[in-house]
Design a binder for this molecule. Structure first.
Ligand code: PEP
Ligand code: MN
Length: 260
């Protein structure tokens, strides 16, 4: 695959590595503002944050919903950041088209073909996470559901798959980065946070993803990780994160010289 696609500055033939970061969930305007301010100081241009949270347990925080999307948009505009957030319902497409820059499809919806088909008619780029049980071929066909509708702007996101191994939340399939690059021209991002499930592993898995040739990484951060309303165990604090961003750049430079 020689001509690789670039979507919202991610991927293409340049050897860049985009960093997408932010809290698991939008919790308040004040917290989102402070996190975005710190991220911007680290040079991050992509702000993530979930407003519609498809939680496994219905009793847990489901997100701020539309109010969360509005906060994300306002803070994104304030710091001139590209905002990324997850969609869970086709009914929300008009709202996302208006307020969101990159629409994320979560792992749980990788096989939601009606959602994917409707996103194929949508004007905004889509970041499609790999389903926890999706083979690479199934993940790429899920992307084709979006592309066949006319929306070519799809970013793939590897976030770990379910295996027999239970020492990590999921098993990060690091080889999928190059496997996908051999099969597709779409940009590939890696989310080490959800794969690892715990803070101590996020740094090494992020750097491994960059070394493996990822076009971007998506990392969960929080100003006080232990107070994060969702996924507190895996969020990095700002100091850990700022060091990580510097090292992402170092690995990317090595990759640039030697290739992947
Ligand atoms: C997320 O990125 O907020 C998320 C829920 O991830 P996943 O869909 O990969 O579980
Ligand atoms: Mn999360």
């Amino acid at each position: 695959m020689s001509e690789r696609l670039q979507v919202m500055g991610i991927g293409g033939n340049e050897n860049g590595c985009a960093v997408i970061a932010g809290p698991c969930a939008i919790e308040s305007k004040m917290i989102t503002d402070r996190i975005a301010d710190s991220l911007k100081r680290c040079g991050v241009r992509y702000l993530r944050g979930g407003a519609f949270k498809p939680r496994t347990n219905p009793k847990e925080f489901q997100g701020m919903r539309k109010a969360g999307i509005e906060i994300l948009r306002e803070i994104g505009d304030k710091y001139q950041m590209v905002v990324v957030t997850e969609i869970v319902d086709t009914e929300h497409i008009p709202m996302f088209e208006e307020l969101v820059d990159i629409i994320q499809v979560g792992a749980k919806n990788c096989f939601n073909y009606e959602l994917l088909k409707k996103l194929g008619k949508c004007k905004k780029p889509v970041m499609l996470k790999r389903g926890a049980s999706a083979k690479v071929s199934e993940w790429l066909m899920a992307a084709d559901y979006i592309r066949h509708g006319g929306n070519e702007n799809v970013i793939l996101c590897e976030r770990g798959i379910r295996s027999f191994e239970d020492s990590t939340r999921f098993t990060l399939d690091i080889s999928s980065v190059q496997v996908v690059k051999e099969l597709s021209k779409l940009p590939v991002v890696v989310d080490p946070s959800h794969a690892a499930g715990r803070r101590s592993l996020v740094r090494s898995m992020t750097l491994a993803a960059v070394a493996a040739g990822a076009d971007g990484v998506m990392v969960e951060v929080h100003e006080v990780p232990s107070e994060s309303m969702v996924d507190a165990e895996q969020a990095l604090d700002m100091l850990e994160f700022s060091k990580l961003v510097e090292d992402v750049e170092l690995i990317r430079e090595v990759r640039n010289v030697r290739g992947t």
